[in-house]
Design a protein around this ligand. Structure first.
Ligand code: SAM
Length: 290
């Protein structure tokens, strides 16, 4: 495998993942411009969209489309190009490729084939919203877009309700109110939240500080633009008294909602304050009389 760091950029046979602006054109770094101007080809979600961005920087590049509907077909083609010594860049419509955007499978395939992969970092809506939210950023979870409906959505909401770390969610404007209502139902309307709207753009805004307050705001002001929701973690639970039958019933209800035994034990551990292993044991007939 080549050592990409030792060559001038862009180097032959290397795949560059290049972060692009999420709003502010000034966020395309000089290094990103240099790599994009120098690679043999740029794979992008939408050639028209990326073509316009690059044109604005005087970059005249060979573009090819790479999106969720054609990536299976494109990956072997791009691996062949890397093997032939081409330098390639991957960009998405905005932000970092691979973050709720295509990229992950191509990177895995390129690494498996022994090609160099280098990220030229750039903006990412999730981390940008997190660090400006004022909510704890020491440990956090990226959730991206929740499943639209059904059991999968309920499961994820249930896990979020008990997640002690700050969580980051993406949402489309026409679904923001529903997301906030679902979060209020599962996490309680007083859970801290910051809704980051139009980050890095002219009308950038943060709306919080609780789910109830954000809901009240967006019920008055129709959500427009792009949104990242930063959800505060669940407060640490006060340990409840150990009541084996009641706890087993709660575990079984969590399993009935679709969680595995270990997920159910982890979820209940967070809300009850009891150790996860002890709860897991309860599901298998241990600790009855403790
Ligand atoms: N790859 C991108 C990244 O690194 O952030 C994310 C792509 S995902 C398809 C697009 C979603 O990211 C939007 O629906 C929105 O939830 C969020 N997003 C993107 N740009 C944003 C912005 N300027 N302000 C707030 N959220 C944004």
């Amino acid at each position: 495998m080549k050592d990409p760091g030792s060559s001038p950029e862009p180097a032959a046979g290397v795949l560059y993942l290049v972060g692009t602006p999420i709003g502010h054109r000034g966020d395309l770094s000089p290094r990103a411009q240099q790599v994009l101007a120098g690679v043999d080809r740029i794979a992008c979600e939408d050639t028209r969209h990326s073509g316009l961005l690059l044109h604005g920087f005087g970059i005249d590049a060979r573009l090819l489309s790479f999106h969720k509907h054609n990536q299976q077909r494109r990956i072997p083609e791009l691996l062949e190009a890397l093997a032939a010594g081409e330098s390639l860049a991957l960009v998405s419509d905005a932000g970092l490729p691979g973050i709720s955007d295509p990229g992950e499978e191509l990177v895995a395939a390129a690494r498996a084939a022994g090609h160099g992969v280098v990220c030229v970092p750039g903006p990412c809506a999730a981390t940008t919203a997190l660090v400006s939210s004022g909510l704890p950023s020491g440990r956090f979870c990226f959730e991206g877009f929740l499943p639209l409906k059904g059991k999968e959505r309920q499961q994820r909401l249930q896990l979020l309700a008990n997640e002690p770390r700050t969580s980051l969610l993406y949402e489309a404007p026409h679904r923001l109110l529903q997301l906030l209502r679902d979060l209020a139902e599962h996490c309680g309307s007083e859970r801290p939240v910051q809704v980051a709207r139009e980050i890095t753009k002219r009308h950038e805004q943060q709306v919080g500080a609780t789910i109830a307050q954000a809901l009240a705001h967006f019920e008055q002001h129709k959500p427009q633009g792009e949104f990242t929701v930063v959800l505060g973690g669940a407060p640490a639970a006060e340990p409840q008294p150990w009541d084996a039958p009641a706890l087993r019933q709660e575990l079984m209800a969590l399993q009935a909602s679709g969680l595995s035994a270990s997920e159910a034990a982890r979820t209940l551990a967070q809300s009850s304050g009891h150790p996860r292993r002890q709860l897991y044991g309860l599901l298998h007939g241990e600790m009855e009389s403790d």
